[in-house]
Ligand binder design. Structure first.
Ligand SMILES: *Cc1c(COP(=O)(O)O)cnc(C)c1O
Length: 382
């Protein structure tokens, strides 16, 4: 068992899901995003807890992610948020995965595959209201809905979905943009209804919109990041409290390692590749067996501080593929060989920084910090 590992607190996953549920309108369904291995925290664990908490849908990004869940007895509906290729369509039937589609070619292909497999499958119609990614334009949505319902005998229009580009931002211009997107989505839905077609489940809100714009929860929300314990970008606990939305999130993942050696370095000696750090005075350096191949972002060096026994210490020199070096100062009685080192984690478990703090230091987001943890970092679900 390698000492560089990720601890996943499953009670915190449950706590966060319960927090989200407490903010939902009574008829709004929950679709928990478990894509990218549950944002690095483990998709199966998250899926199991989400199911126990009454979550009807789980959101995935690839068919392989869906197959893994099905092979582990996950029975919730699976919503595929990204597109797949024609040769993958077969697996949507075999594993009962609901795709989000929007162009007549792929819709037609999927209908044929369903026909061949003698099944009827649900699909969601993706509408691009301003995200600039997948989806038909709002004006095209009614005719696409009609095509699915009237030309495709083996498909059932189970819902319509759109995604916001800036719902995690609190600037006036961005709030305005989100409202415009929502308006376009409403007009697409109205157009579908005007043709006498039931649009099914209307869903537009991920974590940010679900919390910051409760009126946009519609029939289903699709939270991801809040399940794993983080507020989306600019939406903070304080921002929500000012709007009378009480939500308490607990970071789920702790990334940790151990001090495997302590070495004395003399003034003028250099640390790591590129010699970017030259000791300005004599010091002791702790060697940690974790590097960028584990997901410790190289651009966090030098300078990122790690926690050892409740105190912060800086990484010196560049983070290597498998190791990094931490300056503990001379004759430090607080740090001993084999002590635990925490890169990030929940503060109530002793970390000084969480994934969002690490992200802020390098201009990224908690999502990237967590999903960067690689496969060789074993997840210990506790
Ligand atoms: C990833 C994703 C979500 C979840 O987003 P969060 O910001 O993590 O809540 C929801 N919907 C779509 C379409 C996504 O791609």
């Amino acid at each position: 068992m390698r000492c560089t590992k990720a601890i996943v607190y499953k009670d915190f996953i449950r706590h966060n899901i319960q927090q989200i549920k407490s903010t939902l309108n009574c008829k709004t369904k929950l679709c928990c995003a478990v894509k990218a291995d549950g944002y690095g925290c483990g998709s199966l664990t998250t899926a199991q807890i989400a199911q126990e908490e009454g979550c009807e849908y789980l959101a995935i990004a690839t068919i392989d992610e869906g197959i893994e869940l099905r092979n582990n007895n996950i029975s919730a509906k699976l919503l595929l948020l990204s597109l797949c290729t024609p040769d993958e369509l077969e697996y949507l039937c075999k594993y009962n995965i609901t795709p989000t589609l929007y162009d007549s070619q792929l819709v037609k292909d999927f209908d044929k595959v369903c026909e061949k497999n003698s099944t009827t499958q649900d699909v969601f119609l993706a509408v691009d209201t301003g995200m600039g990614r997948i989806g038909c334009y709002a004006e095209e949505a009614p005719s696409m809905a009609k095509f699915i319902c009237q030309e495709c005998k083996n498909l059932n229009l189970a819902g319509v979905i759109t995604h916001f580009a800036v719902s995690d931002s609190i600037s006036d211009a961005n709030i305005k943009y989100t409202k415009e997107q929502a308006k376009r989505f409403e007009s697409a839905i109205d157009g579908i209804k005007a043709l006498g077609i039931d649009p099914g489940i209307r869903t537009c809100a991920s974590s940010a919109a679900a919390m910051a714009f409760p009126e946009l929860q519609m029939d289903m929300v699709r939270p991801g990041i809040i399940i794993y314990g983080y507020y989306p970008d600019q939406i903070t606990k304080q921002y929500l409290a000012e709007r009378n939305i009480e939500i308490d999130l607990k970071p789920v993942m702790q990334f940790e390692s151990q001090v495997v050696s302590i070495k004395h370095f003399k003034k003028g000696m250099s640390i790591s590749y590129g010699r970017t750090w030259v000791c300005p005075e004599d010091t002791d350096i702790a060697i940690i067996p974790a590097g960028y191949a584990d997901g410790l972002l190289r651009r966090n060096s030098p300078g990122m501080e790690v926690t050892i026994n409740g105190k912060p210490y800086p990484i010196r020199g560049r983070i290597c593929m498998d190791q990094c070096m931490v300056d503990i100062g001379q004759n430090n009685k607080d740090v001993k060989r084999w002590d635990k080192v925490i890169f990030f984690g929940p503060k109530e478990k002793g970390a000084l920084k969480d994934a969002n703090d690490v992200a802020n230091e390098t201009g990224t987001i908690s999502y990237e910090v967590m999903t960067s943890l690689s496969k060789r970092v074993v997840r210990h679900i506790v």
